[in-house]
Design a protein around this ligand. Structure first.
Ligand SMILES: Cc1cc2nc3c(=O)[nH]c(=O)nc-3n(C[C@H](O)[C@H](O)[C@H](O)COP(=O)(O)OP(=O)(O)OC[C@H]3O[C@@H](n4cnc5c(N)ncnc54)[C@H](O)[C@@H]3O)c2cc1C
Length: 380
């Protein structure tokens, strides 16, 4: 089979299939997994998925022991703690490129430097056209897996533009609550501070910042000198971590919801990860969902007779297997962005009441945390 894309999701699929006896050709234009920092919080469920292939221990990460959720300019907050779930951590903060690099190194699939350009139905096979590093190539495969992060568009797409951009940076704060991640909803968009490696040499605390702001204001905000950027961040986040004293280079990501209505695209073609759905980063669902896509696909490939991999029954079984988890994750993420990214006083009141209720109702909090960690089906 051909896997288009060696990001963290394509790499995790290749790794899950290592030793299965199936031929995997991974097409990826970049020689090494690198790019701007994309901090990701791997859930406990993703840890379980990555432990199956022995990869989790190789990924450098910072555990999240508690998550504090609040809203700017309103009452109500909730705190989720790992001890309430009898877990060592609720999640693990790392960088998406680092995950991809580590998984690819362990997977050692047959690699073809280049890009998948197009494909066409060829009966028992799909004919994949590749713009290879050494010129164009064609490969006939039983299955093409799109793991290209959504660059290869299709005609079965749904789209919502949130008008927000995420500014990402490493920042340093005067104080810390060890192992605590912060999610603060502001009228412009949610702001997350994720613990990222502990203390710096100058004894400050290091956080990965993911700050969603109105798209029209993002470039100006990101370009502010470091001290003014830190001051603006402090105004938005508050004083729980003292002052922000340093900010590293900023990267920006436009935020849109984008998904294929069906995870099986054309005959003999399926999509996983961001190629199937690209979500807003609020609540950190995108990669976790993508890793579940890849794990489910690997399991289906392994239990299917090789001659039947990619046929109509196979692709529709994969689509059905992923439907509930995909749509639930898309729905929850979209709901959170739209509920919290506004300044409506009535909604602010309702949100505050919701957060306070969560704080007083441990079973509801546990249910929510379980859903976020394990997906809609409650298992990794
Ligand atoms: C600011 C931010 C914060 C986030 N935080 C979280 C979080 O906390 N938790 C979480 O779970 N998710 C988070 N996400 C989402 C997460 O980063 C993505 O869901 C995940 O990285 C997607 O991985 P992927 O492998 O599907 O795609 P990508 O990482 O985009 O990889 C796609 C790969 O395909 C390659 N490619 C592109 N075109 C082609 C082609 N034509 N042929 C072959 N290869 C091709 C690319 O070079 C790339 O290597 C966040 C996202 C952002 C932007």
């Amino acid at each position: 089979m051909v896997v288009a894309g060696g990001g963290p999701v394509g790499a995790s699929l290749a790794l899950a299939l290592r030793g299965s006896g199936r031929t995997v050709v991974l097409v990826e234009p970049r020689a090494r997994a690198e790019g701007p920092l994309r901090p990701v919080a791997l859930s406990h469920g993703s840890r379980l998925v990555l432990e199956r292939s022995g990869a989790f221990a190789r990924i450098e990460s910072t555990p999240i022991e508690s998550i504090h959720v609040s809203q700017a300019g309103g009452f109500g907050r909730t705190l989720m703690r790992c001890e309430d779930h009898a877990l060592p951590a609720l999640g693990y903060v790392t960088d998406a490129s680092q995950v991809a690099g580590t998984l690819l190194e362990a997977a050692t699939p047959e690699r073809l430097p280049g890009r998948v350009a197009s494909w066409e139905d060829a009966g028992e096979r799909v004919a994949v056209a590749i713009d290879g590093e050494h010129g164009p190539r064609r490969i006939a495969a039983r299955l093409l897996v799109l793991a290209d992060g959504g660059r290869l568009a299709g005609d079965d797409l749904a789209l919502r533009d949130y008008g927000q951009t995420a500014i990402v940076a490493i920042v340093r704060a005067e104080r810390a609550h060890p192992g605590r991640a912060w999610e603060r909803f502001t009228p412009d968009g949610p702001l997350a501070l994720l613990p990222f490696g502990g203390r710096s040499d100058d004894a400050h605390y290091i956080y990965a910042l993911v700050w969603a702001v109105e798209a029209s204001a993002a470039a100006r905000l990101a370009a502010l000198p470091d001290d003014r950027f830190c001051a603006r961040l402090g105004e938005r986040f508050g004083r729980r971590l003292g002052r922000f004293v340093a900010a590293g280079p900023r990267a920006s990501f436009p935020l849109r919801l984008w998904f294929r209505r069906r995870a099986h695209a054309d005959p003999r073609v399926v999509a996983v990860g961001n190629a199937a759905q690209t979500l807003h980063p609020v609540a950190g669902q995108g990669l976790n969902l993508g890793l579940r896509d890849a794990a489910e696909l690997a399991a289906l490939i392994e239990r299917t007779d090789p001659a039947r991999v990619g046929d109509d029954a196979f692709v529709s079984e994969f689509g059905s297997a992923r439907r509930i988890d995909r749509y639930a994750s898309i729905g929850v993420t979209d709901f959170l962005v739209r509920l919290f990214s506004n300044d409506d006083p009535l909604l602010r009141l309702a949100r505050g009441a919701g957060l306070a209720a969560l704080d007083f109702l441990p079973p509801a909090r546990r249910l929510l945390a379980r859903r976020m960690m394990l997906g809609a089906r409650g298992s990794p």
